[in-house]
Design a protein around this ligand. Structure first.
Ligand code: FES
Ligand SMILES: [Fe+2]
Length: 432
């Protein structure tokens, strides 16, 4: 359930038991929250300081006057990693102050707060512009993790190394639009999914349609870090600038690797600051994962992935056609036909077969859904026009599309057309 609320009018604002409700999967969009708590100018200033430090005074002036959403219009794409690093440096010292003010205002029941000292700085410039800089973006992603300057696929934060009782505060510093924002898979909150050692969802996991958001600067989304969530591949002509904070109320619980350092806010703000990370470490998960943590510092995670589900392959060869039972493809669904193809049911009477693998990073389109006349890749919420196979990202190749026929109880796809279908992403796209 998503609540869209305003603090200033108090409209619909019942925050009783808010912590439990967030940890039970309710999502809260607090409009104008940063302005309401007097935090917006503070974070904006810290961000502009970072831009000034990396790109100079003129860049900071333009960002302030024209808005962060235009940053890609006058910044060299190759400078985005440096710029992001510089903003990390200027925003990090404000994290405790920001969190304490936000939490004491927004969560009336909050008592003990643990938090990550380094918030996540997220500049997503339009994909078609980012693509040529993929090598430097990939390097940045290895150092800072997914989702900072490139899109992150669907995941739960605890799949890698985060606590299972975390709360994500996602602050829009510039505007966030449908097409460059956050995805939350509300209907998948309680479902079990297989996932990879890297923390990504396993191949073959089907998802329900994601919720996306339209936010103005200062709006905040609050959600449980174990919601299935990810980022949209930026398909519009605006840069999206967000800073997100992770925290727990009470001790963090680590179901996997206890890697992140969580700091006790009360101690961090006192003369006992030197001991502020101790309370979160005083638990079995920290000791248990010590050797693994050291090993992972030395080399990236390598252990075996959970075995993925068998890929769905509903197609059966029938003479010069491939046949798929119509009943297995409800209206609005996308289903796997064979390794190369999926089929989308656009209406009662219309289907189209498409390349199964997304040209971006190879996401399986049979895990996605139909939205109007688009087929959506669930990985980064990218729509492909069912009539052309093209996505709004012009630098990505179009999906191959093959018209098919509904006859009686079956869908028929001409088999000879399948040979022309390519099977994977454009190789050089990995990690961007
Ligand atoms: S949109 Fe990224 S893999 Fe499909
Ligand atoms: Fe995440």
């Amino acid at each position: 359930m998503i609540h869209d609320l305003r603090f200033d009018s108090g409209e619909g604002l019942n925050r009783e038991g808010l912590i439990d409700r967030v940890l039970a999967g309710e999502v809260f969009v607090f409009r104008d929250a940063l302005q309401h708590f007097g935090l917006f100018e503070l974070i904006k200033k810290a961000s502009l300081d970072g831009i000034r430090a990396s790109l100079g005074e003129e860049a900071a002036r333009r960002a302030e006057e024209e808005g962060f959403e235009h940053i890609h219009e006058w910044t060299d794409v190759a400078d985005i990693p440096t710029l992001t690093d510089a903003v990390y440096d200027t925003v990090r010292p404000t994290a405790l102050d920001v969190l304490q003010k936000f939490v004491s205002g927004a969560f009336p029941d909050a008592e003990i707060l643990h938090y990550e000292e380094t918030p996540n700085v997220r500049f997503h410039i339009p994909y078609d512009l980012a693509k040529p800089a993929r090598a430097s973006f990939e390097k940045f992603t290895k150092a800072h993790g997914e989702g900072k300057i490139a899109a992150h696929g669907p995941h739960r934060d605890s799949w890698l190394d985060c606590p299972s009782n975390g709360v994500n505060l996602w602050f829009a510093i510039g505007p966030v639009r449908h097409g460059n924002g956050l995805t939350i898979f509300q209907e998948d909150y309680d479902r079990d999914f297989k996932y990879k050692r890297s923390g990504d969802i396993a191949d073959g996991e089907k998802l329900h349609k994601a919720t996306t958001f339209d936010l103005d600067p200062g709006d905040v989304i609050v959600f449980h870090t174990d919601h299935m969530h990810g980022s949209e591949l930026n398909r519009i002509d605006e840069t999206r600038f967000v800073i997100s904070y992770r925290m727990t109320f009470g001790k963090p619980h680590f179901p996997n690797l206890h890697y992140h350092t969580y700091t006790h806010a009360g101690l961090a703000a006192s003369s006992l600051k030197a001991f502020a990370t101790f309370p979160a470490r005083m638990q079995a998960s920290y000791l248990r994962s010590f050797p693994q943590r050291i090993a992972e510092k030395l080399s990236p995670p390598t252990g075996p992935d959970q075995p993925a589900r068998e890929p769905e392959m509903l197609g059966v060869r029938d003479g010069d056609k491939i046949r798929v039972p119509l009943a297995s493809v409800p209206v609005g669904a996308v289903r796997g036909v064979d390794e190369r193809l999926c089929v989308a049911r656009l209406s009662e009477t219309e289907c189209v077969a498409l390349s199964r693998r997304c040209p971006h990073k190879g996401g399986d389109l049979s895990n996605g859904w139909v939205d109007g006349r688009n087929v959506v890749c669930a990985w980064h919420n990218l729509p492909f026009d069912a009539d052309t196979g093209q996505s709004p990202c012009k630098s990505l190749r179009a999906l191959k599309r093959i018209p098919c026929v509904i006859d009686g109880e079956d869908i028929f796809i001409p088999a000879d057309a399948v040979e022309q279908v390519t099977t994977g992403p454009e190789p050089a796209d990995a990690n961007v």
